[in-house]
Design a binder for this molecule. Structure first.
Ligand code: MG
Length: 388
């Protein structure tokens, strides 16, 4: 049986927690050789002690400095700093798999470095494929590394396809959505949504950015774009279905009309365990579904009138090139403004739509061009935020 040796970028976040939980339950097949986080070095030190990790990256320079001075890591642990530090951890000789669970664009260069170093990528970060899907997939094919989907939706599709990512008999990918906490809100009710309300997800516990994105369905939009790259499928063959209990994590419809679904309780551990251990199955670390009790499953189509971010994601995907990076950047700026109470929740989609409208998409030849479009979109979105 193959053992995977992990470098976890984003070890202190919610995907990091869940990944470590899966490792604890499957110590004979998984180990951790490197970890990195943004600035919570005390948590990183606790993880390093528990798993015997010798290589630790800290993104934030002052946190790295404080960690060094504190001596909390003890002798024999190497501390690396900044984006360069994340890349060091991602490309460790001892590791065969990099878990990309860092939020935002800072994951881009370290993950590309890991691919170049021949590491498999267990992918949770969304920006990577949304911004640079073309480059990430090209590099992974060239270096013959696996991109293992950690997100529950993409992992569900991966499971339904039997890990064969380019099956020819697939008619449609059916990506499920909880619909978010404002699923049943009227436009009237949406006018006064506060960050406190939006930060409470009914089914999942996740970071702030992705929780807000779930409430606007921008998260589902990002996942549709990711699915396009992971499974080489065009926009017309990717459909979103609201499954409000978050028990079905996604489905695949085949050319003969049959549909396969993946079910589990809403815990990321199931997706992470499958991605890291497939084709084998690991030990479960979260109470599985119990069919001795009644279980309801509801399906409905999403409402893109009330949740326009999903429609804009499809628009961006169809426009291609840098449009999806522009979608992502403008959404990030709008969500940040909402969290600071500078922008009403209902205006998040408007900022995204207007930014997409005002910046023409181009077909990028380099990551540099993608990053330039990202910066341009951020500036434009900030300007639009100030006047809507
Ligand atoms: Mg998801």
């Amino acid at each position: 049986m193959k053992t995977r040796k992990l470098s976890i970028l984003g070890a202190t976040g919610s995907i990091g927690d869940n990944t470590l939980q899966v490792v604890r339950g499957n110590r004979d097949r998984l180990s951790v050789v490197g970890i990195a986080g943004r600035k919570n070095y005390e948590k990183l030190a606790a993880i390093a002690r528990e798993f015997g990790v010798k290589h630790v990256g800290i993104f934030d320079e002052s946190a790295w400095e404080a960690a060094r001075r504190s001596g909390i890591f003890g002798n024999g642990v190497n501390l690396y700093c900044g984006e360069e530090g994340l890349s060091r951890v991602a490309t460790l000789d001892e590791a065969d798999t990099a878990v990309a669970a860092v939020v935002g664009t800072k994951a881009l260069m370290p993950t590309l470095a890991a691919i170049e170093a021949g590491k498999d990528i267990a992918l949770a970060n969304k920006e990577l494929l949304v911004m640079a899907g073309k480059f990430v997939m090209e590099a992974s094919e060239r270096k013959k590394v696996d991109i293992l989907p950690l997100d529950s939706e993409h992992n569900a599709i991966f499971q339904c396809m039997n890990a064969d990512r380019k099956r020819k008999d697939v008619a449609k990918l059916l990506i499920t959505a909880s619909g978010g906490m404002f699923r049943d809100y009227t436009r009237e009710q949406m006018l006064s949504i506060t960050p406190q309300q939006a930060l409470k997800h009914p089914n999942w516990s996740m970071g702030a950015k992705v929780t807000i994105d779930s409430s606007t369905l921008a998260n589902k939009g990002l996942e549709v774009i990711e699915a396009r790259w992971l499974f080489d499928m065009d926009a017309d063959r990717i459909q979103v279905v609201v499954q409000k209990q978050s028990i079905i994590h996604s489905m695949v419809q085949f050319v003969d009309g049959s549909v396969l679904a993946h079910l589990s309780p809403p815990s990321m551990t199931f997706a992470i365990s499958h991605s890291l251990l497939c084709p084998d199955r690991g030990n479960w670390v979260f109470e599985p579904l119990d069919f001795s009790k009644p279980l309801q499953l509801d399906f409905s189509p999403p409402d893109t009138e009330r949740f326009p971010c999903l429609k804009y994601a499809y628009d961006a995907l169809r426009a291609g090139g840098t449009a999806t990076a522009i979608f992502n950047a403008s959404n990030e700026v709008a969500v940040e403004a909402f969290l600071k109470e500078h922008l009403p929740w209902i205006k998040i989609s408007e900022v995204v739509g207007k930014t997409l409208e005002s910046i023409p998409a181009t077909d990028p030849d380099s990551i540099g061009e993608v990053l330039a479009a990202d910066a341009q979109a951020r500036a434009k979105a900030a300007e639009i935020c100030a006047r809507v």
